[in-house]
Design a protein around this ligand. Structure first.
Ligand code: NAD
Ligand code: ZN
Length: 360
């Protein structure tokens, strides 16, 4: 049987540099269809009342929509946003711009897909189910680590599962990397989202799907994470490097897959709404048997930055709740196969996962 290699899309345009956000007006100008076709800016509401919204280059009937990142994106939330845009404007927008972390960038990706596709966004959760190209969309990260700025997925919580819309139309048409935008992030959140990147690297580099393409990006991102979290760089250099680590970490998993921490973190998130970054950390600290070197390094970084992870998250769960979490985690088959090979079910049993969840 002939091997089918993935032919995957990359972000075709990217700007990098402190202050590059101020070029957004020029970038969008070339993509404006007419004065009736607005740009919709989805902006993390942490910036409401701050300076950033005043720097957004709105024109004509453009609209800024502030969105809370307290909860991760949901299919229903995407559908409501799309309907509102359809109701409020006579034309399909010129484009969607997401300004925020993984939560807001994923929403921007999903909304841009659904502007051109029928039905509800949950119908497109999965692989290559999107039929028509998305409208033009731009990603502008304000916190570094998820790699959502480069990936071909948008992870949504749907009625039945938490799963990405993985498609060639998901990837951004333009990304603006302005490390200065990440200035206001708290130390804890910086660590959690930064560790998402570190864990992407560990899972990709130690996975059975590894290949030279993924390895080249994964090793670079791993190195940058070590510099950022262990070497005590100056603030500007640290922000610059973490933004590029996120990019490379995302590129690394694009051509391989994540692993044990992500599979188990999806379970936590589905049942308890635990957010991606902290969820990964909560799981990863107990994965020394799968990733000994990565977990040892993680603990040194955690100690250095005095990050205390919450305890007792799974202390009062019922048997049913454990079962739900375990079945969500075990459903992530490609992740397990990447982590442990085709025979993964020999190592990973419900009892095994329960014993790890019980520690969290
Ligand atoms: P996030 O977007 O939820 O943001 C975390 C917190 O940081 C929020 O409270 C937000 O308001 C705050 N914040 C962001 N920028 C800030 C700034 N400059 N100053 C102050 N506060 C700021 O978190 P995240 O970790 O970036 O993203 C997590 C989401 O990304 C999850 O929904 C996850 O599923 C998704 N994700 C997607 C991919 C992908 O490839 N599409 C990959 C990994 C994770
Ligand atoms: Zn992740």
């Amino acid at each position: 049987k002939k091997v089918e290699y993935k032919n995957f899309p990359m972000v075709p345009r990217v700007v990098f540099g402190n202050g590059s956000f101020d070029q957004l007006g020029t970038i969008l100008m070339a993509k404006r269809k007419n004065s009736e076709a607005p740009f919709i800016f989805l902006v993390d509401d942490v910036f409401e009342g701050k300076e950033l919204p005043y720097r957004i280059p709105t024109m004509f009937n453009d609209r800024i929509v502030f969105i809370s990142a307290d909860e991760e994106p949901k299919t229903n939330q995407v559908d409501v946003l799309v309907q509102k845009i359809r109701d409020d404007f006579s034309e399909i927008p010129s484009g969607i711009v997401g300004i925020g972390g993984g939560t807001i960038m994923d929403l921007a990706k999903a909304v841009s897909i659904m502007m051109n596709n029928e039905g509800s966004s949950y119908e497109y959760q999965g692989w290559d189910l999107v039929k028509k190209p998305s409208i033009y969309h731009v990603g502008i990260p304000t916190i570094s680590g998820t790699g959502a700025e480069v990936s071909r997925t948008t992870v949504l919580l749907g009625p039945e599962r938490k799963l990405g819309i993985n498609s060639d139309y998901t990837t951004f048409d333009q990304v603006v990397l302005d490390p200065d935008l990440t200035k206001g992030v708290s130390k804890e959140q910086w660590f959690y989202t930064g560790m998402d990147c570190f864990i992407h690297c560990v899972e990709s580099l130690n996975g059975t799907y590894l290949n030279a393409f993924s390895q080249s990006y994964g090793e670079k991102a791993y190195e940058l994470c070590k510099e950022v979290f262990l070497d005590g760089l100056g603030e500007t250099e640290s922000r610059d490097k973490l933004m590029m680590a996120s990019w490379h970490g995302g590129m690394s998993i694009a051509y391989s897959q994540v692993g044990v921490a992500h599979a188990m973190s999806y379970g936590l998130s589905y049942l308890l709404g635990v957010k991606h970054g902290i969820g990964n950390c909560l799981v990863f600290q107990y994965l020394e048997e799968f990733y000994p070197e990565g977990v040892a390094l993680f603990k040194i970084m955690q100690e250095k930055h005095q990050i205390e992870l919450p305890k007792g998250i799974c202390a009062n769960l019922s048997e049913d709740e454990f079962e739900t979490m375990i079945s969500v985690a075990m459903g992530m088959e490609p992740l397990w196969e990447n982590a442990l090979g085709k025979e993964w079910r020999k190592t990973i049993t419900p009892a095994k996962l329960k014993s790890i969840y019980e520690k969290i």
